[in-house]
Design a protein around this ligand. Sequence first.
Ligand code: NAD
Length: 262
Amino acid sequence: MGSIMDLGIRGKRALVCAASKGLGRGCALALAREGVQVTIVARGAEALAATLAEIRKVGADGTAVAADITTPAGRAAALAACPQPDILVNNAGGPPPGDFRDWSRDDWLAALDANMLTPIELIKATVDGMIERKFGRIINITSGAVKAPIDVLGLSNGARSGLTGFVAGLARKTVRHNVTINNLLPGLFDTDRIRNVVGAQAKTKNIAYEAALAERLATIPAGRIGDPAEFGAACAWLCSTQAGYITGQNWLLDGGAYPGTF
Ligand code: NAD
């Protein structure tokens, strides 16, 4: 995907979390195409190196940090590599599915750590620098489950709603300084995670992968799965200079799956 319009962010620095694969990778590549210097974080060094090579292929500056962003040490390593980001994309793996009767306090704390407190810690570490420099764009990758809960993903529904509620308040405090905070809510995107989920559903139902995917697609008006590059393009635009009047919003990218008028 080429550049559609000049987003005005060439030379800015971005910290993109959980970015070696999937949606985070889509965001990192879209920002790189706009000339942003991108620091990507993920746990596995191999996939990170492959994504870093692609970032450099589009001619952008890139750095990779192999770290678990949900730990204090991981966040410290990420921030050491990119101490003053102008753009922060918060992302981490999603919590496992299950029944809430089986979840212990530790299961809840892990979900809260990954999908609520890690983004808040990273915002805390970077937002004041953005305010001083009078430019900042913070994007949290959450989930369509924030708007329409998915029953088996109670840990995700809960933890991500906590983040959404918190940033709704903060986003109104920072926008005066040209620092915006918005959330992107994916529906069904073609990533490793979704391929695993659909694969598991196929196995449970004893049907082929294609049949399980077709069942999912039947609920999506677009009639297809989303491309992480489309997700990245939306992220890059929300990070543009043009998007400075948009804050505290929850953008659903779901091919029309959510049935409400708003
Ligand atoms: P993915 O599994 O394809 O990619 C996840 C990326 O995050 C990988 O690069 C992985 O290395 C990295 N990562 C995971 N945990 C990490 C950690 N603790 N520290 C550092 N890096 C870490 O997943 P995805 O589909 O791109 O999903 C990204 C997020 O979006 C997840 O939280 C997921 O639950 C959520 N989500 C995705 C979809 C979808 O359709 N793909 C839908 C709703 C919500």
